[in-house]
Design a protein around this ligand. Structure first.
Ligand SMILES: CC(C)(COP(=O)(O)OP(=O)(O)OC[C@H]1O[C@@H](n2cnc3c(N)ncnc32)[C@H](O)[C@@H]1OP(=O)(O)O)[C@@H](O)C(=O)NCCC(=O)NCCS
Length: 209
């Protein structure tokens, strides 16, 4: 695939029919994130397969999700999950429905992943917030402004509704990426041996009223 021009990018809602393509992209794009290496081990293809299964379960079970995607020339080049306020933590029933995908990773990986997810969940803000993630630009297209376009659309929506944004990240280079669009570090912690940053974004006045 040739490099998409930023003018040709189309940003919008991820539809149900787009899910398989977006899940494949998210698994490829996030395969090498440090938290995934720590949880799922050194084999990249194994990590990709586990993530594909987990993200598939996430979007199937967490029905409130309002994911966003970027399309170029008919293909999805970036995608993100967006959990509206009050919907990011699974209910007990949703937790049960997610468990098989987690257990399929194997007992050691499942144990590490549940420690990681509990540690992130414990830091979730009490205030209403829109929770971003998973988020990725396809692996061979990173660093060309595509992620910034996706994040700008997410932030535009936050500002339009006056809501707080929140996310976690496990890569220091992502912190500046999010800071550029108004996210601020609210916490930092070592989670299963990986440095993680927790970031909040207050809404900006849109000037509409
Ligand atoms: C993080 C990510 C979504 C950013 O999207 P992108 O299209 O690559 O980023 P943009 O080109 O819009 O912006 C570039 C900035 O993003 C950051 N960045 C993070 N990862 C990067 C990467 N792999 N390549 C280039 N820039 C990256 C840097 O701050 C960079 O700024 P700089 O050029 O001044 O160093 C994308 O790189 C990605 O999918 N990374 C792997 C998965 C991941 O970490 N997802 C986020 C989980 S919280």
């Amino acid at each position: 695939m040739t490099t998409p021009s930023l003018d040709e990018l189309e940003v919008g809602d991820l539809e149900r029919d787009d899910l398989p393509e977006a899940i494949g992209l998210l698994a490829r794009g996030m395969r090498d994130n440090p938290i995934h290496v720590a949880a799922f081990g050194d084999n990249p293809e194994k990590r990709r397969r586990i993530l594909e299964r987990l993200f598939g379960a996430l979007f199937r079970v967490m029905v409130a999700q309002q994911p966003i995607r970027v399309r170029s020339d008919g293909r999805i080049v970036a995608a993100t999950g967006v959990a509206p306020a009050g919907s990011c933590q699974p209910t007990p029933r949703q937790g049960l429905a997610l468990a098989p995908a987690m257990l399929a990773a194997g007992p050691r990986s499942a144990g590490r992943a549940s420690r990681w997810i509990r540690a992130w969940g414990a830091r979730d803000p009490d205030e209403p917030h829109v929770h971003l993630g998973p988020l990725a630009v396809d692996a061979h297209l990173q660093g060309q402004g595509i992620g910034s376009r996706l994040l700008a659309e997410h932030c535009r929506r936050l500002d339009a509704t006056g809501e707080v944004g929140y996310l976690e990240t496990d890569r220091p280079e992502n912190v500046a990426f999010y800071e550029r669009q108004g996210f601020e570090i609210v916490d930092q912690a070592d989670v299963i041996g990986v440095a993680c940053w927790f970031m909040r974004r207050p809404p900006r006045a849109t000037g509409d009223g």
